[in-house]
Design a protein around this ligand. Structure first.
Ligand code: AMP
Length: 299
């Protein structure tokens, strides 16, 4: 595996495979790898000839008061793990290189996709997604991959990036991959490193809450409110007060009142200790079936 830090080096390393028509896959990350990241690398390895992983803790997607400075980093361990997954190129740009003096451009997906859930002003706010879309546009332009791999753990982010790619004609396939979890259900996240053992115990309520929402749907709930309440109950019992629990259309994040066969995304954000954690589950009720035969989508 080659580690590259500059854009000229990156371009040079990709020139030959690109010329010979090899399929290039990109996995954008902020590092501190866990099985979630590694699962994306494995998918890219399966589907592409050349696997590029970018490691960049992007300052513009962190708001003031968020955890940019504390964000966990371990470049050497990351390089070892990426190498074990058969990654070809690990690209680690510097902040100065990504945002050189005079940088003045942003890519923004407007509207509800970025204004709700994480994008609500009271939550991370729309500037968060502006930071994400701008940096991912830059990563895509620098690597020019055939496919780019993202986790459904950040389901809203994947929807926003798909929108950006469609709207701006980026010639790339966006691959959204399943969420990888600990055995007890906790979604893997670099931010889990912030949790004390006690907080780690409480954090599992987030995935348990989502499972309760799934169960409610499987047991015939007809409203999204019932799903939200089922999740809230589990969270509160564990002493976790979420920033939000919302059920929205999984296609466009619009509000849905009744479960009507359309896929529903139930999304949670909650602070546990210093960690702000997010998770979600996709629920696809069986259309036009009696309510007791709703399908339970695995978390
Ligand atoms: P991050 O380094 O947290 O920005 O994440 C890089 C990529 O890994 C993003 O596309 C995330 O959605 C994805 N990811 C993070 N956690 C998980 C997980 N538990 N399962 C699957 N993908 C994940």
């Amino acid at each position: 595996m080659k580690i590259v830090r500059s854009k000229p080096e990156l371009r040079e390393s990709l020139a030959a495979p690109r010329r010979s028509g090899r399929r290039i896959g990109l996995v954008p990350t902020m590092g501190y790898f866990h099985e979630g990241h590694l699962s994306l690398m494995r998918a890219a390895r399966r589907e592409c000839d050349v696997v590029v992983v970018s490691l960049f803790v992007n300052p513009t997607q962190f708001g003031p008061g968020e955890d940019l400075d504390a964000y966990p980093r371990d470049e050497q361990r990351d390089a070892e793990l990426a190498q074990l997954e058969g990654v070809d190129l690990l690209w680690i740009p510097t902040v100065d290189q990504m945002y050189s003096e005079g940088f003045a451009t942003a890519v923004e997906v407007a509207g509800d996709l970025t204004g709700v859930l994480e994008g609500e002003p009271d939550h991370r706010g729309p500037d968060h997604f502006r930071g994400v879309t701008t940096v991912v546009a830059k990563l895509l332009n620098s690597v020019q991959p055939d496919a780019a791999y993202f986790g459904r753990k950040d389901a809203q982010q994947a929807l926003v990036l798909q929108r950006m790619v469609d709207d701006l004609d980026f010639p790339v396939e966006i691959r959204a991959m399943p969420t990888i979890r600990e055995e007890d259900g906790l979604a893997l996240s670099s931010r889990n490193a912030y949790l004390s053992p006690d907080e780690r115990e409480r954090a599992v309520a987030i995935s348990r809450g989502l499972r309760a929402a799934e169960r409610a749907a499987a047991e015939g709930a007809t409203s999204t409110q019932a799903l939200v309440e089922a999740a809230l109950k589990v969270l509160r019992q564990a002493g976790v007060e979420p920033e939000y629990v919302e059920a929205r259309s999984a296609d466009d994040l619009s509000t849905i009142a009744e479960l009507n066969g359309r896929p529903v995304l139930v999304a949670v954000a909650a602070r546990v200790g210093k960690a702000r954690l997010i998770d979600n589950v996709l629920i696809t009720p069986a259309p036009e079936e009696p309510s007791d035969s709703s399908q339970e989508a695995p978390l």
